[in-house]
Ligand binder design. Sequence first.
Ligand code: FAD
Length: 520
Amino acid sequence: MAINFPIPAYFIDMVFINRLKSFITKSFFPHHITANLRHDATALTSAAIDFGHMVTIPPAAVLFPSSVNDVVTLVKLANSRPVPFNIAAKGCGHSVHGQAMAGNGVVVEMTSLNNPSRISISGSESTGFFADVGGEQLWIDILNATLERGLAPRSWTDYLYLTVGGTLSNAGISGQTFRYGPQICNVIELDVVTGKGDLVSCSAEKNKELFNSSLVCLGQFGIIVRARIPLFPAPNRVKWVRMLYSNFNEFLKDQEKLISINNNDNNGSKQKGGLNYLEGLLLMHDGPPDNWRSSFFPSSHHSTIISLVNQHSIIYCLEVAMYYDDRSRHTLDKELDDLLEGLDFLPGYKFEKDVSYIEFLNRVRGGELSLRSQGLWDVPHPWLNLFVPKSRIAEFDSGVFKDIVLKRKITNGPILIYPMNRSKWDDKMSAVIPEEEVFYTIGFLNSSGFDDWEAMEEQNKEILGYCNSANIKIKQYLPHYKTKEDWEKHFGHKWKIIQDRKLEFDPKMILSPGQKIFNP
Ligand code: FAD
């Protein structure tokens, strides 16, 4: 439910901010932090909303840090008060349920740390290359900077206007995950401001509990201010293919067959051949076959694809990509043909594109700009992202896609479905994924009007209710729960570790209250 911004609360905020400022002035904290702390309506309003547009939670103040030291100072200040105030790091606020908000606390607008010196590339052929990047950096800026040196990270999200701290707090997944693991498994070290206000460097060897906690931490243990990301020689171009299926089992069989090939080079420094990306999506209803995230199908085929969807109600689209450069250009087509040979997609329904590497990775941006120009970007996004174990995915198809979603007919946005391997994730981290080796990620990426998002939230509840009653052991990705009991169930056997680490790194429960794990 949207919460309005009542005047008495604002008045309390003013009292709070004045006390905060006088506390800073009277204390040993550097005075320059006051200049970066704002409580004007523009700053508060922007920190009170997110991409979801379904909750509005105003903070008392917003910090626009000019240095990492400002972040340290703020967190120390919160700790030193008899009643600590909450702090939420905010990347771009691309969360959908208020996860980067801090009611009556302080939101830290991490992007104000941004300056070009906060992306720095080092290393050599023999040691490997890496980028040291600020937690506030956008993945698109990292891509542009590293490509100038002919290098790039290899695990991505579909959309690149997300911050490093924001995606590493969740996992960071996309079609590359089956091969290279999620983004959290592609980090060498971090600098983190813990909930106690200590600035600590950590890696898999040094301060490893903090390292493993901070990745996928949902912002609970520390604020990521630097990450070291391994880099690899970047390809120039991408062969991008989509194939259509009417039969779900054949679609699954082919997806699983393809991810079982070339998934064994997680630690290798060179990108070998094989598929570099695999996703899948549903085509439904009788709208255009392309969605806002990417226009792909040739317009000359739109009407036949629409007829196919009308005939079958749901068409499954398998999407793959293979990277190449000048050296592999001549062998690419043969290698791709060999991989796709024997797949059971509908004859005649295979479509190809040949695009630059950056065009491929940044494929969602065009759709975003188009939606923005139509005023359709800053609208409610009742998203639901799930991980579903492979052994139950067929029931999920019949109970959710073919029943709930088709019956309700309110879906308005892409539905993604693609598999990944548990062995590419690191069980020492706090990520929670199904217990089976192969599991599917499902994304219901709906947009709605300001009046009808609740119907989509109802559909999301029905989907979760169905999984619960059918005992399908799903896990939410980008999770949203309101009670400690739900979080306990979500984390399962990791819950005790999460609690212990919270007491160790953020004992006053200051950080990321919007996740509602320790701050209901
Ligand atoms: P925010 O929403 O601002 O923050 C998210 C959480 O992280 C909050 O709890 C916040 O307090 C915490 N946080 C933020 N910065 C830091 C930091 N520096 N240190 C510690 N904690 C921090 N996700 C995928 O995995 N794959 C995708 O393909 C993908 N596609 C997307 C496409 C779109 C169009 C959008 C809007 C989102 C997509 N996401 C995807 C989800 C995205 O990963 C999350 O929204 C994530 O939260 C990153 O967004 P953000 O940087 O704006 O972080």
